[in-house]
Design a protein around this ligand. Structure first.
Ligand SMILES: C[S@@+](CC[C@H](N)C(=O)[O-])C[C@H]1O[C@@H](n2cnc3c(N)ncnc32)[C@H](O)[C@@H]1O
Length: 312
């Protein structure tokens, strides 16, 4: 690569287009950024009438686009199959192409905005902040959930977020808990969905430095800022008890934090713990049982599981 090349010079870039089964795009996006390759843009292809698709609909393909410096391409090309294998996606289920010419249009922000489609999860109609409300084909009883675009985890496309949203809907339809704690709030998607579902007071925290600002902005744009409070920190920074707790994390953090999570739940209150790969279920369930939590229900999507526990 020429040392005098502009960082925005399209001729010094490579575009990788990775096709993989939907539900894996957010995990792969996370791996890509964890390994220092910046942010990938996931573009899920939905058929016409996308807003009627749901977690229970057949899996649809996703295209993930990653724009890289030419110099990064060969490292990325070798690492990609390793990451995808690690996620457990079969060799025949994914593929990628590379493009080195005609990339000018990929420097336009509007390109990915044009591709991003709203989708339904239960009665939540999840849409991005640049999509006007009046363009959403909402049905009576639907709750539009407006996403603040940003880098914190939680666009609603990941199966773990969807499992948690489904549970929230169930809790809220049965009679919203008056207060809810969202551990690892990320973009604030679950917290804001809870407030929109009728929870009067929602509290959330996340160690991600970008999370609190993004979650506050999301609460603001959904008209529930006065019901929500977010701060930067891990679960150990929270104190108190709540009738409903959501912890959509990952299995090892759930196991380490099981004692804290159990303490956060009021007597007769409920905990949703999500982000558990099937192979980590037994150890996570045991950690919860050791804290005296009563197991109520297990829900799943693909390799991902979430559990609901109640405090005696
Ligand atoms: C799987 S994401 C969930 C985000 C969002 N709640 C959702 O459901 O889409 C897990 C989040 O937990 C956060 N996290 C990681 N370690 C944590 C800890 N010790 N305490 C609280 N949150 C943590 C991460 O930064 C990340 O945003």
């Amino acid at each position: 690569m020429s040392s005098s090349a502009s960082p925005l010079d399209p001729t010094q870039k490579v575009l990788f287009r990775i096709t993989l089964p939907s539900m894996w795009e957010e995990s792969l996006t996370w791996l890509i950024s964890e390994h220092g390759f910046g942010s990938a843009i996931g573009e899920t292809s939905y058929p016409l009438g996308a807003v009627d698709t749901d977690i229970d609909a057949p899996a649809l393909g996703t295209e993930l686009r990653v724009l890289l410096e030419l110099a990064q391409a060969s490292t990325f090309r070798s690492a990609l199959p390793v990451w995808i294998k690690d996620l457990g996606v079969a060799g025949e289920d994914w593929s990628f192409t590379e493009q080195q010419h005609g990339l000018e249009k990929h420097f336009e922000v509007s390109d990915w905005q044009a591709q991003w489609k709203p989708f339904r999860c239960g009665h939540y109609v999840v849409h991005a902040d640049f999509q006007p409300l009046e363009d959403l084909p909402c049905k009576p009883g639907d709750i539009p959930l407006r996403l603040k675009t940003g880098s914190a985890f939680g666009t609603g496309t990941h199966p773990t977020t969807r499992l948690a949203l489904k549970t929230l809907q169930k809790w809220c339809v049965a009679g919203p808990p008056p207060r809810l704690l969202d551990v690892g709030t990320g973009s604030g998607i679950l917290a804001v969905a809870a407030a929109l579902g009728g929870v009067r007071e929602v509290t959330g925290m996340d160690p991600d430095p970008f999370s609190a600002a993004q979650a506050n902005a999301m609460a603001e744009m959904n008209g529930v800022a006065s019901q929500c409070h977010f701060w930067r920190g891990g679960f150990e920074s929270a104190a108190g008890q709540w009738p409903a707790v959501m912890a959509n994390l990952v299995a090892d953090i759930l196991q380490i934090g099981a004692g804290n999570l159990a303490n956060f739940v009021e007597p007769r209150g409920q905990l949703l713990a999500g982000g558990i790969l099937r192979r980590h279920w037994a150890a996570t369930a045991q950690a919860m049982a050791e804290q005296g939590l009563e197991f109520e229900e297990r829900i799943g999507r693909g390799r991902w599981l979430a559990g609901i526990w109640r405090k005696a």
